[in-house]
Design a protein around this ligand. Structure first.
Ligand SMILES: Cc1ncc(COP(=O)(O)O)c(C=O)c1O
Length: 449
């Protein structure tokens, strides 16, 4: 005979398991101490902080580092809201890199095999690689003296197969968005803005990343705002946001009802995982709050250096598509010949000026199309030969190292001087003095033509 305690809970008996937990997070004090180590606090400070943390650890559950199913307010979600406000768009999606943001953008726009996407000859390789990774065909267009896409070459390269233009705001300076958006409207081809290097920049009063169909930002360590790794995708288009968001989370779909049939054709598909973790989200949130501080610093530094320059007749400052919208992170000078550029570069570096060259035929650089062997040699990851085998019949470009000669011509005469948001007035004056000293020493550069 069954006693009352043997009676099953489904039949009204007592529950065998009264309660479980509460449990702490697997991530706790030890992990926090590792973070302090990353911050490079001296051993004494770490010990002191360790004692304080240990004293209070008992009641602390530990963090929930996954953005979804989070019982506490998500840092990633807060960073998305803050970033959307900063850029002035309806939607911001946090992702784990700008490369991911770009792929999600291409996929959200429905771009795939055989489609053509225009990308500038001067950009970090990721902007072009994502096109191939999406099985589409990269069409490389020249940059002009702004070192961003030359709208005339873009127009020459638009075909009935063109499905997007990736406008890169290179070295913190806006691309010529008026001309590019006019082309976009005329040819009905969306613009994806690659804002990896220009977070906080603008064009004629509009924030970069809010002008084209989609903006893609990098939060990797070397960018204006960073969370070590990370990125954001921005858009005002609800449908593009829904599709990008789906792509970024295995298309597990955070729709109103995630298990329902699709509300509209194109809502369900197989996606990938580009989610940002709460660790990155927390850092990104703090960084976004400090954006104004960094931008003020970079812009003041560039303005001060330029104000101190006495450029000789043979040297010109890079033309910026909108000076007001420049983030100020870089200053670029053009010299009249490759020989003079090489000489000036080593002389500037010897003076301690933080100068770098852009294009040298002997120095590989992932930012210049001539070194994108993956594309020039049409490399494929699998036996299907994609993306190249997917090109519409007879429409694979003839990729060569010399296919964008105007770009390499500009880039081989350019010297780039990076600024720092913490440069003091004295730092800027010293840099300007170093540049003036070198350029004044060469007679040929100083001959009026
Ligand atoms: C112009 C440009 N696009 C894309 C990327 C890729 O960014 P991430 O490293 O966040 O994928 C970078 C990074 O250097 C970049 O400079």
């Amino acid at each position: 005979m069954k006693t009352e305690t043997m009676k099953l809970a489904v039949d009204g008996g007592p529950r065998a398991v009264k309660a479980l937990g509460p449990y702490t997070s697997k991530i706790h004090t030890e992990e926090l101490m590792e973070l302090l180590d990353l911050w490079e606090y001296p051993a004494g400070v770490k010990r002191e902080l360790g004692r304080v943390v240990a004293r209070h650890a008992a009641g602390i559950k530990g963090p929930h580092l996954f953005r979804y199913y989070n019982p506490r307010p998500s840092k990633v979600a807060a960073a998305e809201q803050a970033f959307a406000r900063f850029i002035g768009v309806k939607h911001a999606l946090a992702v784990n890199s700008c490369t991911s943001a770009l792929i999600a953008a291409l996929r959200a726009l429905g771009i795939g095999m055989g489609d053509e996407v225009i990308v500038p000859a001067y950009t970090f390789f990721a902007s072009a690689a994502v096109i191939g990774a999406s099985n589409a065909i990269p069409i490389i267009a020249d940059v002009d003296e702004s070192l961003t896409l030359d709208p005339r070459d873009v127009e020459r390269k638009i075909t009935p197969r063109t499905r997007a233009i990736i406008a890169v705001h290179m070295r913190g300076m806006p691309a010529r968005m008026d001309k590019l958006m006019a082309l976009s409207r005329r040819h009905k081809v969306p613009v994806i803005e690659d804002v990896a290097q220009a977070a906080g920049g603008s064009f004629r009063g509009k924030m970069l990343g809010s002008i084209g169909a989609i903006g893609c930002f990098s939060f990797d360590f070397y960018k204006i705002l960073n969370s070590g790794e990370g990125g954001f995708l921005t858009t005002n288009d609800e449908w593009l946001y829904t599709r990008a968001q789906s792509w970024h989370d295995c298309a597990a779909c955070w729709r109103p009802n995630r298990y329902a049939s699709e509300r509209r054709e194109g809502e369900l598909f197989c996606g990938e995982n580009y989610r940002m973790s709460e660790l990155q989200g927390a850092v990104a949130l703090a960084q976004i709050r400090k954006a104004g501080l960094y931008l003020k610093g970079y812009r003041a530094a560039k303005r001060r250096i330029i104000a101190g320059l006495k450029l000789p007749a043979g040297v010109t400052l890079q033309r910026v598509a909108d000076v007001e919208g420049d983030t100020g992170t870089n200053l670029i000078l053009f010299l009249p010949s490759v020989e003079k550029t090489k000489w000036a570069l080593s002389a500037l570096q010897a003076e301690g000026v933080p100068a770098g060259g852009i294009y040298d035929q002997k120095v590989k650089d992932w930012h210049i199309y001539a070194y994108w062997d993956h594309i020039l040699q049409q490399k494929a990851v699998s036996r299907d030969g994609l993306p190249w085998s997917g090109a519409r019949r007879g429409h694979l470009p003839n990729y060569t190292k010399t296919m964008c000669p105007r770009s390499t011509e500009y880039l081989s005469r350019a010297i780039i001087i990076g600024t720092h948001w913490e440069y003091s007035r004295r730092d800027c004056e010293a840099i300007a003095a170093g540049i003036n000293k070198v350029l004044a020493s060469d007679e040929e550069l100083n001959v009026e033509r």
